[in-house]
Design a protein around this ligand. Sequence first.
Ligand code: S0N
Length: 289
Amino acid sequence: RVHGEVPTHPAVWRIARDDSGKEYQFTDIIYEKAVGEGIAKITINRPERRNAFRPLTIKELIVAFNDARDDNTIGAIIFTGKGTQAFCSGGDQAVRKADGYADYDKFGRLNVLDLQVQIRRLPKPVIAMVAGYAIGGGHILHMVCDLTIAADNAVFGQTGPKVGSFDAGYGSSVMARLIGPKRAREMWFLARFYTAPEAEKMGLVNTIVPLEKLEQETVKWCREIVRNSPTAIRVLKSALNAIDDGHAGLQQLAGDATLLFYGSEEGIAGKTAYLEHRRPDFSKFPWRP
Ligand code: S0N
């Protein structure tokens, strides 16, 4: 009643621009913003490989997520894969070496772990929009997103124990938190695939929609988010992650407290006194119960 109906018309997407005003040129991803909506969309663009990621893909994703974080007109970020067959099929096994994944360097790396942390700490909701397969490291990427909207053709699963890999970090701990320790063991030990309704029942996804309505519904959820209070959402995200993320989670939440304190009369009184080389007078500020 306060906000009225959420519009359902399609978003108009434009390629995002960098600080110099030039369109971002990426090889493995597409980075767009919806005109006048406060929504960004980041798409893995390797459909011929079921959107498997290589180090370059992750490098580009990190740049795009960082831009979306810094753009104070953006309030929600959609993360998806190109096409209808896959959200992401995990690490590109063709470039997997003995020391990680290697493409642009001679040595391997697991930079997807940096991306997982970045999504987790990004103070805006990241919504996974999943059509088709979310498998392996791709399944972990949707799990670290704040929300998952799944198409009815979505399939979820881990393959690690079948292909000689595992994610003993967020891929295990966040999963256990999401679906419970027994189910997490099942998902990892058996490496089965789960349909969208099965995943919804397990608590892996927020809702399922027909494939042809996937983007419309995801944008609708984003529109609902971006008309709410940015600060409330920011603090809630860090609060919801705080315990699981330990010191880093506490730091994120504490940073939000500092951010709010800087804008308060009490905080400003301390800074002003310092700059004016005098003792601060905090006497008018109450010791609240
Ligand atoms: C996704 C699947 C089920 C789709 O099956 P479908 O539709 O039958 O398609 P395919 O014909 O199989 O695939 C089409 C083409 O795409 C290539 N392809 C698909 N996935 C990958 C991939 N992950 N790497 C490289 N290529 C891929 C196919 O080869 C095919 O190409 P062509 O026609 O040329 O042969 C099915 O494709 C599937 O099961 N894919 C593999 C899924 C998988 O095992 N992924 C890797 C799992 N591991 C990780 O992701 C770990 C990475 C990681 O995040 C990590 C994190 C922390 C610590 C460690 C790690 C770690 O590296 O282990």
